[in-house]
Write a protein that binds this ligand. Structure first.
Ligand SMILES: *Cc1c(COP(=O)(O)O)cnc(C)c1O
Length: 344
């Protein structure tokens, strides 16, 4: 087993803020006079559990991990920022990302004032691990892989991810926000084997709770402990924790919706390939489909005039004239197809 990736010295030395609820949990039978809260019960008058124990207790078995391998974030976007704070020395170290990929890595890197190296995917949207390894430098401390990738819908084989984990000594992040829609693999099984892996998931896509802002990070307990030191003490609010707990009571409904979205993806794919203004439909392992049309700006505007909003992605590498379409309900998808067919 490898050593843990090196964290910033200031983080290693950090003595974390100790919150009142770190010491005593509000579930206990006490009179709470320690946190300057309002004593009248409104259900939200107390600070939330800083470590979300009940939620972890419910979520861990669903992902077959232990609770100390989990960190929740205020969306996975917060976890991306935390990763930079823990591992990347501003102005000295850098991160490496795939191009094209989720644009939040770039934004977070700019905020954090660190450089970002981009490694291009090929015309089939595949990414070559040798190319990534060659592009790493002494100052590269984190590599962000996105699989299935946004906006391409293309996934990276697990064997390739393993190669990178073996070859690279910094942190490898696998952002699998769309894993619920891919039948192929989950990188989660690798966290026991690799100290330098962090896997990101989110409640925003497959789980259907984008509005509550809940992201999940998984890693070895030692790494999770460092993240717990750095995260804001009450980053997951009481309403979010309560709503997630309640929503997970009906996990079967969530699974049913995912299945339905997958069926719709199949149907939509078959319908899209027959439409005259569409040049190419890319296979997807996510809940969206990337298409290449004859004139992306024109088709985007026409769809908008018909009340349908898709995402223009034509400025991305290998995505000339491309639009990204999220899978809707059966009715929404039919409406889209009907409209696309009429476009002149
Ligand atoms: C949508 C998306 C996320 C989600 O971020 P949240 O902050 O959890 O909503 C993360 N990564 C990728 C690649 C995404 O497409």
């Amino acid at each position: 087993m490898k050593n843990y990736p090196r964290v910033r010295p200031s983080i290693a030395a950090l003595k974390p803020y100790s919150s009142a609820r770190d010491e005593f949990d509000v579930d206990g039978d006490f009179i709470f006079m320690d946190a300057n809260e309002n004593p009248f019960n409104t259900k939200v008058n107390r600070y939330p559990d800083p470590y979300q124990s009940r939620l972890k207790n419910k979520w861990a078995p669903l992902r077959k991990v232990s609770e100390d391998q989990i960190i929740f974030g205020n969306g996975s976007d917060e976890l991306i920022e935390l990763i930079l704070k823990v591992f990347v020395e501003p102005r000295e170290q850098s991160i490496l990302c795939m191009n094209p990929s989720y644009s939040m890595y770039k934004v977070s890197a700019a905020i954090h004032d660190c450089k970002i190296a981009l490694v291009d995917v090929d015309a089939n949207f595949d990414i070559d691990m040798d190319k990534i390894i060659k592009a790493t430098q002494a100052q590269t401390s984190v590599i962000f892989l996105c699989s299935p990738n946004n906006p391409t819908g293309r996934a990276i084989p697990l064997a390739d991810i393993k190669v990178l984990l073996e070859e690279f000594d910094g942190l490898v992040v696998v952002d699998q926000a769309y894993i619920n829609f891919s039948e192929r693999y989950s990188a989660l099984e690798l966290i026991k084997e690799y100290n330098n892996l962090m896997v990101l998931e989110t409640f925003s896509k497959g789980i259907g709770m984008a509005g509550i802002r809940l992201g999940v990070g998984y890693a070895n307990p030692e790494l999770i402990a460092i993240f717990n030191k750095v995260k804001p003490p009450y980053n997951i609010n009481e309403l979010t924790q309560a709503y997630a707990l309640q929503g997970l009571d009906n996990y079967q409904l969530i699974q049913k919706q995912i299945k339905e979205i997958l069926e719709q993806r199949e149907k939509l794919f078959k319908a899209l390939v027959k439409i005259p203004c569409i040049v190419q439909v890319f296979p997807s392992e996510a809940n969206f489909i990337l298409i290449r049309v004859d004139d992306a700006e024109l088709r985007y505007k026409q769809l908008l005039q018909h009340g349908i909003i898709v995402r223009l992605r034509n400025k991305e590498l290998h995505c000339e004239n491309c639009l990204r379409i999220s899978i809707g309900t059966s009715e929404e998808n039919q409406q889209l197809i009907k409209t696309l067919k009429t476009l002149k």
